[in-house]
Design a protein around this ligand. Structure first.
Ligand code: ZN
Ligand code: FE
Length: 256
């Protein structure tokens, strides 16, 4: 059971579709933005697709569902949102999702900020966080406030430190470049940036990371870092609140 196979399938420009498979050959997909590359992996590994988990309505996360359902009869789980018409089962915050024919179970966590209905899925030491938490970054605030996103990230950061963080995009290398500008003296961040450069030069994913890595390196989870606060001191008072620091970092990143 804990011998799960976890594999990021690269689709579109820089998206990852996450595949989880049991040793018995049952599979779950997260956020299939495209069908063909995913179907190729499922067929090559002779997997039985049981469920598709969707984090949010953006086309680069749901665009492959119809094409996959043409080949597999899987349940499609998503937050309640009319913009995700392909879903046949809905989750709310703290909903538990059992995957049919397996002992796999995931819990939905409502994480508004990037979109209003965005959810993450957590189970078996894995966190599928879509476009909410990126490695060394976070999603843009299309439909939420800085306070909502900070609260959402805090929920995720409260999970176990060894949780594997499975994000929706390969953005880590540029995120590290941005983060080093704010916190050049962070030695863990320097190490992560070097590791990521090495992985990407070899054509390998920088993901999954762990929550421990993110706590050490991700500026959006480090609003009390003295060095980040000093870097922002032209724009922020010394006693700025965490959400003020978060909003300032997000604004700088939007312009990066
Ligand atoms: Zn998105
Ligand atoms: Fe996306």
């Amino acid at each position: 059971m804990e011998n799960l196979f976890l594999h990021p399938i690269r689709v579109l420009r820089d998206n990852y579709v996450w595949l989880v498979a049991t040793t018995a050959g049952d599979a779950v997909l997260v956020d299939p933005g495209e069908a063909a590359p995913v179907l190729a992996v499922l067929q090559e590994r002779r997997l039985r697709l049981r469920s598709i988990l969707l984090t949010h309505h953006h086309p680069d996360h749901i665009g492959g569902v119809a094409g996959i359902l043409a080949e597999f009869d899987a349940q499609v789980i998503a937050p309640r949102d009319p913009r995700i018409p392909c879903a046949n089962r809905h989750v709310d915050d703290a909903s538990r999702i059992g995957i049919p024919g397996t002992e796999l179970e995931f819990m939905a966590i409502h994480v508004p900020g990037h979109t209003s209905t965005h959810v993450a899925y957590h189970g078996h030491g894995l966190l599928f966080c879509g476009d909410t938490l990126f490695s060394v970054g976070c999603g843009r605030l299309f439909e939420g406030t800085p306070q909502q996103m900070l609260d959402s990230l805090s929920k995720l950061a409260a999970l176990a430190a060894d949780t594997k963080v499975c994000c929706g995009h390969e953005y880590t290398e540029s995120n590290c470049a941005f983060a080093l500008g704010l916190e050049p003296g962070n030695s863990r961040l320097q190490q992560r940036a070097a590791q990521v450069a090495h992985l990407r030069a070899a054509g390998l994913p920088s993901l999954p990371s762990t929550l421990a890595d993110e706590m050490d390196c991700n500026p959006f989870l480090r609003t009390d870092s003295a060095e980040i606060r000093a870097s922002l001191s032209r724009d922020l008072p010394e006693d700025a609140s965490p959400v003020e620091v978060f909003a300032a970092v997000r604004a700088l990143k939007d312009a990066f």
